[in-house]
Design a protein around this ligand. Structure first.
Ligand SMILES: NC(=O)c1ccc[n+]([C@@H]2O[C@H](COP(=O)([O-])OP(=O)(O)OC[C@H]3O[C@@H](n4cnc5c(N)ncnc54)[C@H](OP(=O)(O)O)[C@@H]3O)[C@@H](O)[C@H]2O)c1
Length: 215
């Protein structure tokens, strides 16, 4: 499968490494393709990874991932070209975080909407699935925790797209995926990211993840 990832940050490169390790051709999209970290990433990708513009990545991928700075995502998607997303499964990893000096992050939007809902609205013909937004990028591929992997929480409007993403998650090592319903569930999943960051700051430990206990 060809995967296009909008983004050049830790999330894009960690997911890109996961996809290329699994044998998928993967193109990262950015405004600055010459960044050394991207050149190094492509070199390490065993001939499966490449770099281009946002629109190159969106045109390349049969499946797309949005891994851009939360509040800049609409701009990045418009730069990529909205129609390049039509009909495709789009994994939305983003959180609309606001950072203020000396304070833990908060959300720039929430309660009545979310980044996931705004992305689906911007891309009405794409099949957006929220995933990977409640866990640090260092745990995306083959998550290793005492007692097994945490749960991955997802949401989205298209059942078949969610099944496709569950398949990707299983391949990445996420044996337990919790489908929380429609894309409006992004309101809670994006809040869960804030809880993850605040907990990590208090504990001084980024090696944490969420799991539902069942009986
Ligand atoms: N870091 C984590 O562990 C983690 C975990 C889960 C979810 N997330 C979420 O995943 C997303 C990506 O996080 P990240 O830490 O990898 O990277 P990030 O620093 O939040 O975002 C970097 C990306 O955003 C793009 N960008 C920034 N400002 C832009 C603008 N004005 N217009 C267009 N594009 C712009 C950059 O483009 P260029 O390439 O052109 O510079 C780059 O590709 C975020 O929404 C974050 O909340 C992060």
């Amino acid at each position: 499968m060809k995967v296009g990832i909008l983004g050049s940050g830790d999330v894009a490169r960690s997911l890109g490494t996961g996809f290329t390790t699994l044998g998928h051709e993967t193109k990262l999209g950015t405004r600055h393709a010459e960044q050394p970290k991207l050149v190094d990433w492509a070199k390490s990708a065993q001939g499966k990874g490449s770099i281009g513009s946002f629109s190159d990545a969106a045109g390349f991928g049969e499946m797309l991932v949005v891994a851009t700075h939360g509040v800049a995502t609409p701009d990045a998607v418009r730069m990529a070209g909205v129609r390049r997303f039509d009909g495709k499964v789009v994994i939305d990893t983003t959180n609309p975080l606001l950072f203020k000096e000396g304070a833990p992050p908060s959300l720039s939007i929430g309660h009545t909407t979310s980044a996931g809902e705004q992305l689906q609205k911007l891309l009405p013909k794409a099949r957006v699935v929220k995933a990977f937004n409640t866990i640090g990028h260092m745990h995306f591929f083959h998550p290793s925790f005492p007692g097994g992997p945490p749960d991955m929480f997802i949401c989205g409007n298209d059942a078949a797209a969610k099944q496709t993403v569950v398949g990707v998650l299983h391949d990445f090592g996420w044996s337990s995926v919790v489908d929380t319903g429609g894309i409006e569930g992004s309101r809670e999943l994006e809040s869960l990211c804030v809880l993850w960051v605040k907990s990590a700051l208090v504990l001084g430990n980024w090696g944490i993840g969420f799991k539902l206990l069942r009986k």
